[in-house]
Write a protein that binds this ligand. Structure first.
Ligand code: AMP
Length: 490
């Protein structure tokens, strides 16, 4: 049966027209203006035949209001979009374009991308202009459950992988957000994450579903804590959405100017340390703390728990919560498996990986997360990964993706990338490298330069060590324990 939906399922229709919908860096727009801008952009796409594309479009930008308008125009026209932040180097954008057969880029920056065989619309300062036109093959696909977006995450083979999220998955998520968290149309959602990460889907989908307000914050604002706090205060930001890592510096501030403004801390993406929850509780007495858990492959989050004083005192590590309605969590030989409509349709064009990670359980899609976990008192708890995926400063990284990029360098025989941990938390990523012969130039600088062309800055190891010979374990693979000892022994 075809899944049917309407645009109003995503966007609250009964909004106050003069209330602010989106607050950007350089301009803010009301709900009336937001709806008009979305419609104007939809009309432009239709006039140019970009309606109902069979292929996803890339929305390229940072925290511009135009990014949000583009996203909602795509949702309205049923065009799947791929959010790509300016943090991505050119080669990675090219890789995403090739994997997803992208034919149109909506560029919200003033820097032309000019990818081959791709049309490009420049959408800045609320004006759009077709700056590059390519042959466009029209859609013949009419999918049962159309995609809303694809988010590319780090892939262990050296290429990013595109997680396909369907309309039904997003609407299930939206329903949960508007019913179980206590948020209302009066809330102002504080955006921190880049739109290329699914954490940002929290505020992106919820503000529109409620007819509330979205507060965008550019990287330069976020990098200046005083300015960021001031901006939250001035705009009355009420829902803080971030990884726990990001809130550390704020958790210790006594009498923060936002302690009465922020009503909720909504966390996801990595372990919420008990000490962090404790200091937030003591410095933000009237703010609720939510811990949520879930991978991009299951549409942002699958479990939720409010971290109360009692929970902080009773559990360490803290629970990640109760499964949301319509989703099930199973534990299969320690591994967390998510079942439900929120599970992705799979990685785009990766049947090999899909077979390994996705399957059908009692008629519903299921995903093997790679996270180990257990249930206690009805709540899920996480206890680490069973593979080489790590989180560093909240960023999801496959160590093998870095290794394969270093191995492509002509003077490298073999490399291995390892994560160094303290108290189960990744503190640093380093690569150990065997060279073809002694080189007489600055290897570290050269590798960093090469890597920064192909992977985002947050994936670049903070240190490199040249080794004589790669230590191997009994299976003939790099011996990571030995490598860690070699690295630490210097
Ligand atoms: P991402 O796809 O970037 O959201 O990363 C998903 C991964 O982050 C999960 O598979 C977990 O390994 C980790 N993760 C997400 N939320 C939590 C949480 N609340 N506690 C512990 N780990 C988490």
């Amino acid at each position: 049966m075809k899944f049917s939906f309407e645009h109003k399922d995503f966007v609250e229709q009964n909004v106050e027209p003069n209330k602010i919908a989106v607050i950007g860096d350089d301009r803010s727009i009301t709900w009336k203006e937001f709806n008009a801008e979305v419609d104007a952009f939809c009309n432009y796409l239709i006039e140019n035949n970009y309606q109902k594309s069979a292929f996803p479009v890339i929305i390229y930008g940072h925290k511009q209001v135009e990014v949000i308008v583009s996203i909602y125009a795509c949702i309205k026209l049923n065009i799947a979009y791929i959010p790509v932040d300016i943090v991505y180097p050119f080669q990675r954008i090219q890789a995403v374009k090739n994997i997803a057969n992208v034919q149109l880029i909506i560029n919200c920056t003033d820097q032309k991308l000019a990818l081959e065989q791709t049309s490009e619309i420049l959408f800045t300062s609320n004006k759009f202009e077709l700056i590059q036109k390519a042959e466009f093959s029209k859609s013949s696909i009419d999918s049962i459950d159309p995609l809303v977006y694809l988010i590319f995450t780090s892939g262990s083979t050296g290429e990013p992988k595109g997680v396909q999220i369907s309309t039904e998955a997003v609407l299930t998520f939206s329903k949960w957000m508007t019913s179980d968290f206590g948020f209302t149309k009066d809330d102002v959602f504080i955006n921190v994450a880049l739109f290329s990460f699914d954490l940002s889907v929290y505020e992106l989908i919820t503000f529109a579903a409620l007819g509330a307000t979205l507060l965008l914050n550019s990287k330069s604002t976020i990098d200046q804590p005083e300015l960021f706090l001031q901006r939250i205060k001035e705009n009355n930001g009420t829902v803080w959405v971030s990884t726990p890592s990001y809130s550390f510096v704020y958790s210790r501030m006594e009498n923060s100017i936002i302690s009465d403004t922020v009503k909720y801390f909504l966390f996801c993406g990595e372990m919420l340390p008990n000490v962090l929850a404790k200091s937030l509780k003591s410095n933000f007495k009237n703010t609720k703390i939510y811990n949520t858990y879930g991978p991009t492959e299951a549409t942002v989050a699958t479990t939720l728990v409010e971290i109360t004083e009692d929970i902080i005192n009773k559990y360490n590590p803290l629970p990640v919560g109760f499964p949301k309605p319509e989703s099930k969590i199973l534990i299969d030989e320690e591994e967390i498996v998510i079942v439900g409509k929120n599970v992705s349709l799979g990685y785009l064009n990766r049947p090999d990986l899909n077979q390994e990670k996705f399957s059908i359980f009692e008629g519903e899609r299921s995903f093997k997360t790679g996270d180990n976990g257990y249930f206690q008192d009805g709540m899920l708890f996480c206890k680490g990964r069973n593979d080489d995926q790590v989180k560093l400063h909240g960023y999801r990284i496959e160590l093998n993706e870095i290794t394969s990029k270093i191995d492509e360098i002509s003077y490298v025989v073999k490399s291995e990338t390892i994560a160094l941990r303290r108290n189960d938390e990744v503190k640093k990523i380093v690569s150990l490298i065997e060279l073809t012969s002694d080189q007489d130039f600055n290897i570290k600088a050269d590798i960093i330069e090469k890597l920064s062309n192909s992977i985002p800055h947050y994936m670049i190891p903070s240190d490199f060590k040249i080794i004589d010979k790669m230590p191997l374990n009994q299976n003939g693979k790099a011996d990571k324990k030995a490598l860690e000892a070699i690295y630490l022994s210097r």
